[in-house]
Design a protein around this ligand. Sequence first.
Ligand SMILES: [Zn+2]
Length: 136
Amino acid sequence: MIVLPETLAAREVPGFIYKGLRPEEAFVSILRHEMTHALLEHMTEDSPISAAAHEYLAFAFQIEAMTNDERAAFLETNGTRPAKSLDTFNMVIYRFVPGRFASAVWLHYSAPENGCRFARDVIEGRVILGTPLHFP
Ligand SMILES: [Zn+2]
């Protein structure tokens, strides 16, 4: 389901993680998140990654594509508490506090030692986040 910017503008949703962004900015940002999921589905169809890995990567690339002002507003809304460990990136945290999950993703992904190298490790299965979809 796609929610258009005018609909986003009319919504007052408690805990809406994009409330610091204008409706058009939130719309484009959400679209980038969903496009990342679609690309990941295609890229990992022979070796699927976990739901938590999907969300980590979708938020990492979504937030990376934000302007500096959008990213600052997003982090102001959702906090800047870093993950204590990779265990933070699981579907329970994602479902209960998606904004904190997202901001923790950004703080982790944007660290110099992570970024694209870490994303590649997740996509290629060298790092597993959350519960794996398949057990050996
Ligand atoms: Zn997602």
